[in-house]
Design a binder for this molecule. Sequence first.
Ligand code: HEC
Length: 144
Amino acid sequence: MNKKICMSAALVSLGLGLLALGPAVDAQKTKGKTRPADTKSLMKGVIQPNCAALGGLIKDAGPTDDKAWDKVALHAVVLNEMSYVVMDDGRCPDKEWALAAKTLRECSAKVLECAKAKDVDGAQGAFKGLTGACAACHKAHKAK
Ligand code: HEC
């Protein structure tokens, strides 16, 4: 192979490599590298229902008995755990994603703390931050 052909072959393979890289980064967001769970299913099956239930429990005057506060704590821990899951298995594409996961983690931990203290105002404030994490990640990474 002469030098010129060799160079163009290198450029072609670089180009193909970059083409392959684009969809690969995208694929990480919609599904991890090795586990079967796609991101959509985690959102629909775990994150969304727990977030909606949590929001319903703490709205207005908030929970009125221990049982309801226990449910608040339950949804908060599940959402907290999910903040780790979205970072696992090569899913995280960039720092916006990582920051949103961190916000979800910190705010759900704060909701849990407030549930233990039966602090409605605190829980509502932390929940606002929590839903801000959903919005931030979706703005950057969810297809419109
Ligand atoms: C770290 C990023 C990230 C965070 C945080 C996040 N999401 Fe998502 N979410 C996504 C991505 C990416 C998709 C699109 C997945 C796809 O279409 O394959 C999505 C999709 C969804 C969907 C649509 C599922 C469908 O049927 O298409 C819902 C509902 C959802 N998220 C709810 C939430 C809620 C509620 C929160 C906050 C408690 C949240 N998400 C936090 C990344 C995130």
